[in-house]
Ligand binder design. Structure first.
Ligand SMILES: Cc1cc2nc3c(=O)[nH]c(=O)nc-3n(C[C@H](O)[C@H](O)[C@H](O)COP(=O)(O)OP(=O)(O)OC[C@H]3O[C@@H](n4cnc5c(N)ncnc54)[C@H](O)[C@@H]3O)c2cc1C
Length: 354
């Protein structure tokens, strides 16, 4: 590859693509809009996973592109071994979920490892247009940070959502790719997120501790008494329902005998205690505890349509949350798809004849 490779975004997808392309001898520059590398990856729990069975992946995410799903599913184990070979620090070699397999990395060490390999990472340097004469990989992290795009595609309650992600991923990749003739994926109205305790202030450090991932033990109700019954293990359906209710809010009602149920290493009672300590509305009476939650949007699931090498248009690759249509209809690890497609795009771009 004679031309320079420009990568937009220094999150999971962009750093992986840059690190891999440099490994292959490419001349790479990474532009990062924010004042630090790591994107939402740095704020994440660092669990990079796939469903154990491909059929389960298909069943959980039935609207996703089967070819992309196959590529991510088949490519993940090798990609994880590569990440480990770079020295990314591992916290655990399992996900704690019998449906899935994967590795939990320490997010800061993972970011530092990848940023060191990515080479020339220019901070506070947003890509505003696609440069001429360069191969380009867009990895700007989805459009959850742009209220207008979220209102148009996801929910009229966009102003009430909590942005549970880095503040800079605002659809730049989507707009740039569309301007180059790229097509859109399925599922533009879908997102991954968490219902959070409706505390008066929610900071990045609260994104995991204030998540209320126990709707399966609750009656879920909006302010008018309209009810919703969760259908997914990940509860990605509950947060998307909540996002479409007035104020993007709901109440979880749990019988007190269920407070000792455990979900993700803590009891329902402990999750509620964290909510209460943060000042979220919690009410008790009649043998029931009620907790108010607000929808937090983490990653949009629809975006640019790509092939299994991340190609979106001639000379243009799109990876990470900018690439849509992988977990449509459900939820699968966004870090996994960013890792696998980031590597695949780098392999493809760096192997391009000039
Ligand atoms: C609290 C939390 C927990 C999570 N836990 C998990 C988990 O355990 N497992 C999992 O799979 N996923 C998890 N996620 C989701 C996961 O972190 C993201 O989906 C993933 O990081 C997306 O990767 P990405 O490369 O597409 O975007 P990001 O990692 O967000 O990186 C995108 C980068 O692009 C930059 N950018 C934006 N616009 C421009 C521009 N115009 N020019 C240059 N740069 C630009 C942004 O500043 C950002 O740094 C979690 C997320 C959060 C917030």
């Amino acid at each position: 590859m004679a031309e320079r490779l420009v990568v937009a975004g220094a999150g999971m997808g962009g750093l992986v693509a840059a690190a891999r392309a440099r490994e292959l001898g490419a001349d790479v520059v990474v532009h990062e809009k924010g004042d630090r590398p790591g994107g939402s990856m740095l704020l994440s729990s660092g669990v990079i996973w796939r469903y154990r069975d491909f059929d389960r992946f298909r069943a959980e995410c039935p609207g996703g592109d089967p070819g992309l799903q196959r590529a991510v599913w088949e490519g993940l184990d090798d990609a994880l071994a590569w990440l480990e070979s770079l020295g990314a620090p591992i916290v655990a070699r399992d996900t704690g979920n019998p449906l899935t397999t994967g590795v939990r990395f320490e997010p800061r060490g993972l970011t530092e490892t990848l940023a060191a390999r990515a080479g020339d990472v220019r901070l506070s340097s947003a890509v505003r247009e696609i440069p001429d004469g360069a191969a380009v990989i867009l990895a700007t992290g989805g459009f959850q940070g742009d209220r207008e795009l979220v209102r148009r595609h996801v929910t009229p309650e966009a102003d009430s959502l909590v942005l549970r992600a880095n503040p800079w991923s605002a659809g730049d990749g989507l707009r740039l790719a569309q301007a180059r003739g790229a097509r859109l994926s399925a599922g533009l109205d879908e997102f991954y997120g968490r219902n959070l305790a409706a505390a008066p202030r929610i900071e990045a450090a609260d994104f995991v501790p204030l998540a209320q991932v126990w709707a399966r033990h609750a009656v879920v109700e909006n302010a008018a008494g309209g009810r919703y019954r969760p259908t997914t293990w990940s509860e990605v359906d509950v947060v998307q329902w909540t996002a479409r209710q007035p104020g993007a809010r709901a109440w979880y009602l749990v019988p007190n005998e269920a407070l000792s149920e455990t979900v993700r290493e803590r009891t329902v009672g402990a999750a509620i205690a964290a909510a209460e300590a943060a000042g979220a509305p919690v009410e008790r009476g009649g043998g029931v505890t009620r907790v108010e939650v607000v929808a937090g949007i983490t990653t949009t699931l629809g975006g640019v349509r790509v092939d299994a090498r991340g190609r979106a248009a001639d000379g243009l690759w799109v990876v990470g949350a900018d690439a849509g249509g992988i977990s449509t209809g459900g939820w699968a690890s966004a870090l996994a798809s960013a890792l696998v497609l980031g590597r695949a795009a780098a392999d493809d771009a760096a192997g391009q004849p000039s």
